[in-house]
Design a protein around this ligand. Structure first.
Ligand code: UDX
Length: 445
């Protein structure tokens, strides 16, 4: 099939590359000309394992194209995916202006039948608005006879595993009121839908809501576990044991029950807030979802509070090493990352921090300019430790899981670790001579 994908962020680039990989001809469109120039030169705006290779391969075989203009892509397309950003506004609602702009441009250019697919995460009712914007533009041009369908096809991929998640999805959700669009979407996804991993056709509103409900459910599990972890610390229980005991119940399962420094990223925090906003719009108080959000905001400060109790409120003479800036491993994304909240809180109290992350230092340098003078970056994890009063581990990158503890002891001013991701065994750490604090395992300050 011939496909235009508008917006070359995470979802757009991955979808574009993967649709090309399975045999379609794809035009990835972005208004940002510098981004397109870079993409044409093989430079990707994001770090995602496997993506540069897949993009290069499909550019070389002529199935993947980049364009700063929508017109040449749309002129040939049977399907047009909207994959632009929907960042949160100050009131928690998703900012849909980019989606609406694309809809308007489609309406201004369209001269043949098209299936318009919303892949951006958008609140219930957005497909209807997209439909009316396109219809209005067509009418304005006297082109009411040009037909089109609007489909909701939310994306569930995780950063860091995006290609695998796209190519081997647990499910594909298609919301449509058009039999013809349903048939074409089925054909498109046929190569990647596997046995027992269904392609679910439903009405548009249910598809739109599915994405938010799924993300809110996952965020709920994390906040639930972080609350249990706090109780574990109070009573002297081990949250990892509790997780194993709970998760062995087939109805519960083990996934997304890891207590830690809180969830971050471009999806969970924003989608949880948007769901609260949508509820409010319809006169509903989303009590559970609100609590999920509040618990997470509090959890991001748990480690920093512990450090405050250990060293006192004035941290002016203290120097900390911090491992992990990205909101999770295998990404350079620092949006809503717990590390940002921890760094700001410690720097505010006078501390000096040397941070290390395998990928996200350039992004952190931009986001944390306000911490200048007190925030430094190390070239590797060991260099970050020199003369630090403690190590704070915030993101569980693989290279932090089995470090050389003897060298760490030599470099740190004192063998003290605050671990926000429960990476080490507390008993083993004591045997190695470390003072070790973590989340929900009874080793806290
Ligand atoms: C998420 C959804 O998983 C994905 O389906 C959706 O399309 C986009 O949002 P992503 O933002 O890439 O994907 O991150 P994910 O791997 O889900 O992790 C989100 C956050 O939860 C991270 O900060 C992670 O550290 C945290 N987390 C995850 C926990 O704290 N505990 C867990 O048990 C699991």
């Amino acid at each position: 099939m011939k496909i235009a994908v508008v917006g070359t962020g995470y979802v757009g680039l991955v979808a574009g590359a993967c649709f090309a990989e399975i045999g379609n001809t794809v035009w990835c469109v972005d208004k940002d000309e510098a981004k397109i120039t870079n993409l044409e030169a093989g430079l990707l705006p994001i770090y995602e394992p496997g993506l540069p290779e897949m993009v290069a391969k499909n550019v070389a075989n002529g199935r993947l194209h980049f364009s700063a203009a929508l017109q040449p892509a749309l002129a040939q397309a049977e399907l047009c995916f909207i994959t632009v950003g929907t960042p949160p506004r100050a009131d928690g609602a998703a900012d849909l202006s980019q989606v609406y702009t694309v809809a308007q441009e489609i309406g201004q250019l369209l001269d043949h039948h098209l299936i318009v697919v919303n892949k951006s995460t958008v609140p219930v009712g957005t497909a209807e608005i997209v439909r009316s914007i396109i219809a209005q533009e067509l009418k304005r041009r006297g082109q009411e006879n040009v037909t089109f369908a609007v489909v909701s096809n939310p994306e569930f991929l995780r950063e860091g595993r995006a290609i695998n998640d796209f190519m081997r999805p647990d499910r594909v959700v298609i919301g449509t009121d058009s039999n013809e669009a349903a048939k074409i979407m089925k054909e498109l996804y046929q190569p990647i839908v596997r046995d027992q991993h269904p392609l679910l056709i439903m009405d548009i509103k249910s598809a739109e809501l599915t994405k938010y409900a799924a993300n809110a459910m996952l965020a709920t599990r994390i906040s639930f576990m972080n609350e249990i972890a706090r109780l574990c610390d109070k009573v002297g229980a081990d949250v990892n044991r509790v997780r194993q005991g709970m998760g062995a119940d087939g109805r519960i399962g083990l996934q997304f029950l890891d207590a830690g420094a809180g969830y971050g990223g471009s999806c969970f925090p924003k989608d949880v807030k948007e769901l609260i906003h949508t509820g409010r719009k319809y006169g509903l108080e989303m009590a559970i979802i609100q609590a999920v959000d509040q618990v997470n905001e509090r959890q991001k400060h748990y480690l920093a509070e512990m450090i405050g109790r250990y060293f006192g409120d004035n941290l002016a003479q203290k120097k900390f090493a911090l491992w992990g800036l990205a909101f999770k491993p295998e990404t350079d994304d620092i949006r809503e990352a717990p590390a940002l909240a921890i760094i700001r809180s410690l720097v505010h109290r006078g501390a000096t921090i040397t941070a290390y992350d395998p990928q996200a230092i350039p992004q952190a340098k931009v986001a944390l300019t306000g911490c200048g003078g007190r925030l430094f970056y190390a070239e590797n994890k060991m260099a970050a430790l020199d003369d630090a009063d403690a190590l704070i581990l915030v993101t569980e990158w693989q290279e932090f899981t089995q470090p050389d503890f003897a060298e760490m002891k030599r470099r740190l001013r004192q063998p003290l670790i605050f671990d926000g991701r429960n990476q080490y065994d507390p008993v083993g750490m004591a045997a190695l001579g470390f003072e070790y604090y973590c989340i929900g395992r009874g080793y806290c300050v």
